[in-house]
Design a protein around this ligand. Structure first.
Ligand SMILES: [Zn+2]
Length: 268
C-alpha cells in the first residue's frame, strides 16, 4: 500500500512540473527559470500556493493576487499523472520498469495537452523521448555477471520506432495520393498533406518505448476515439481540424495496459 501511495504523491509533483512544460515549451521558454508566476498579473506563486492538487482547491481555482481563474488543466494533469504513477507502483513496485513507463506517460501527457492547444507536438518531447527510450533500452541490455551486452531490448526499441513512424507515414502518404492526386480534391486551408510530421515523430517515440507490435496496435486503435471526437467537432464547431496526438497517446496507453488482452481476443 505504501509504495503506490508514494508513487501517487511523486506523480502529482511530476504532474505539476508537466504543467510548466505544457505552458512554456510551445512558447520556447525555459522550463526551469523563472519561477512560476500568474500569466495575468505576473504575481509570483509562493511554495504554499504551489502544492500539487491541494493548492488549486484551497485557492478555489483563482490567483491569490488578481483573482483571475487558474485553468482546471493544472489539477487535472496532476491528478491523472498521480493516478498513472500509482498504477505503475501497484503493478511493478519500486522497479526500473515503473520509472520507464512513468516517463513514457509524462511525455505523452505533455504532447497531448500542447497538441490540444497549439496543434503542435514539441520535438523536445517526441525526438527527445525517442532518444531517451533508446538509451534506457541500451542500459536494459547491460548484463553484469558475466559482463555481456544483450542487443534484444535496444533492437526492439529501434524496430518499434521504425514501425511506429513508418506505418503512420505510409498511411498518410497513401491517403494523400488517393485524396489529392487520384480524386483531385483541393487542399483545405493551405494544407498539402493530411498528416503532420509531429504525429510521425510521436509514433516513433511510442514505438521506441513499447516495441513494434504495440506501436502497430496503437496506430489501429487511435482512429476509434479520433473518429468520435472528429464527428462531434464537425457537427458542433463546423471544423475538420483536430489534433491527432491525443488519440495516439490514448491508444498507446491502452495498447500498453491491455495490448496482450486485445491480441488474445483477436487471435484466440
Ligand atoms: Zn494573478
Amino acid at each position: 500500500m505504501i509504495i503506490p501511495l508514494i508513487f501517487f504523491v511523486f506523480g502529482a509533483i511530476v504532474g505539476s512540473f508537466l504543467n510548466v512544460c505544457i505552458h512554456r515549451m510551445p512558447l520556447n521558454q525555459s522550463i526551469v527559470f523563472p519561477r512560476s508566476h500568474c500569466p495575468f498579473c505576473s504575481g509570483g506563486i509562493a511554495w504554499f500556493d504551489n502544492i500539487p492538487l491541494l493548492s488549486f482547491f484551497i485557492l478555489k481555482g483563482r490567483c491569490r493576487h488578481c483573482g483571475k481563474p487558474i485553468s482546471p488543466r493544472y489539477p487535472l494533469v496532476e491528478f491523472i499523472t498521480g493516478s498513472f504513477f500509482l498504477l505503475m507502483g501497484a503493478i511493478y513496485g519500486a522497479q526500473a520498469q515503473a520509472i520507464y513507463y512513468c516517463l513514457f506517460f509524462s511525455l505523452l501527457c505533455v504532447a497531448t495537452f500542447v497538441d490540444i492547444q497549439y496543434q503542435i507536438i514539441p520535438d523536445e518531447i517526441s525526438i527527445g523521448g525517442t532518444t531517451a527510450a533508446l538509451l534506457l533500452n541500451v542500459l536494459a541490455g547491460i548484463r553484469p555477471q558475466p559482463v555481456i551486452f544483450d542487443w534484444h531490448p535496444v533492437l526492439r526499441s529501434l524496430y518499434g520506432a521504425a514501425a511506429g513512424a513508418g506505418i503512420i507515414y505510409a498511411a498518410g502518404a497513401l491517403f494523400d495520393l488517393v485524396y489529392f492526386r487520384i480524386l483531385k480534391k483541393p487542399p483545405v486551408e493551405g494544407e498539402t498533406s493530411s498528416m503532420g510530421m509531429g504525429d510521425v515523430k510521436l509514433m516513433a517515440m511510442i514505438g521506441a518505448f513499447l516495441g513494434p507490435d504495440k506501436a502497430v496496435m496503437t496506430f489501429f486503435l487511435a482512429p476509434f476515439p479520433g473518429a468520435i471526437v472528429g464527428i462531434i467537432n464537425l457537427v458542433f464547431k463546423k471544423s475538420h481540424v483536430i489534433p491527432y496526438g491525443p488519440f495516439l497517446s490514448l491508444a498507446a496507453i491502452v495498447s500498453f495496459l491491455f495490448g496482450h488482452r486485445i491480441l488474445a481476443f483477436i487471435v484466440p
